[in-house]
Design a protein around this ligand. Structure first.
Ligand code: XBP
Ligand code: MG
Length: 259
């Protein structure tokens, strides 16, 4: 089946947002609320096994902080913290704190030029996606993506396949007509469980993840699988899209509980 659409994850894939973006914004929100919580690099690296900011904070409270709050009070606090974290993140991104990863802009522009359809499938908040696209690609860039699946659109976050299924449904495409770009084991599991081929470009945070289900692993979109520094073109993507699908990795799902 010919390739009709590229579906991009956001955090880690379009840009390396976690360490200097999300992590810093979480810490700013904690400080704003008078909490002495601080997420350093090593702790945040482990917490990334839990997808979603609210879920990540809930896990942290369960594992590391006992709070004398009823469940509904804790849920309300986490919502307030997350709204504050999103504000801080959007401000940082708008101020230019995060750049696109190598080759991302070039491949997106090539896809637009060739008439391929574009979509987003992410675990993060829609405001964050818009802020990143506007700050890095310009005010019209959010409109380039025909479908944007974000945290609010599905009940279960990656590694669940729900967001990819939601995006494919709205694109009215079979999984065989699209390909996903991901940076993490969770993301690759979500994409491949939805039946998509997946190209992975891991970051320092996700380099140790299991990517056995991915079709291709690259350092970034300016490097090839053999490590050669050469731009990845749509012809390359089409070639990788034509490879047989690999089975999803169930082991990634088990690691969520041990973060
Ligand atoms: C991204 C995430 C998100 C961000 C924080 O994963 O896990 O939770 O870290 O964003 P993926 P929010 O790249 O697989 O989509 O605080 O908005 O949840
Ligand atoms: Mg990601």
């Amino acid at each position: 089946m010919p390739l009709e659409a590229l579906i991009f994850d956001v955090d880690g894939t379009l840009a390396d947002t976690e360490h200097d973006g999300h992590r810093v914004a979480f810490n700013a929100a904690f400080a704003e609320h008078g909490l002495d919580w601080h997420w350093g690099s090593a702790l945040y690296g482990a917490l990334l096994q839990v997808a979603g900011g609210v879920e990540r904070m809930a896990h942290y409270v369960r594992a590391h902080r006992a709070l004398p709050l009823a469940d509904d009070e804790l849920a309300a606090l986490l919502q307030r913290l997350h709204a504050s974290k999103t504000r801080h993140y959007v401000q940082r991104v708008a101020a230019g704190a995060v750049r696109l990863r190598p080759g991302v802009e070039r491949l997106i522009r090539e896809a637009r030029h060739q008439g391929l359809r574009l979509a987003i499938a992410t675990t993060t908040t829609r405001d964050n996606v818009i802020a990143l696209l506007e700050a890095t690609l310009g005010a019209e860039a959010p409109g380039w993506f025909e479908v944007m699946g974000t945290a609010r659109d599905v009940a279960s976050k990656k590694p669940d396949a729900a967001v990819y299924r939601w995006v494919l449904e709205r694109l009215r495409l079979d999984a065989d007509a699209a390909i996903a770009f991901e940076d993490s084991g969770h993301g690759a599991t979500a994409a491949t469980t939805a039946g998509l081929r997946c190209i992975v470009t891991p970051t320092a945070c996700s380099a140790a993840d299991d990517f056995a289900a991915a079709s291709v692993r690259l350092a970034d979109l300016d490097h090839h699988p053999d490590g050669a520094a050469r731009p990845v073109t749509l012809d390359d993507v089409r070639r990788w899209h034509a490879l047989p699908r690999r089975p999803p990795v169930a082991a990634v799902l088990d690691r969520v509980d041990s973060a």
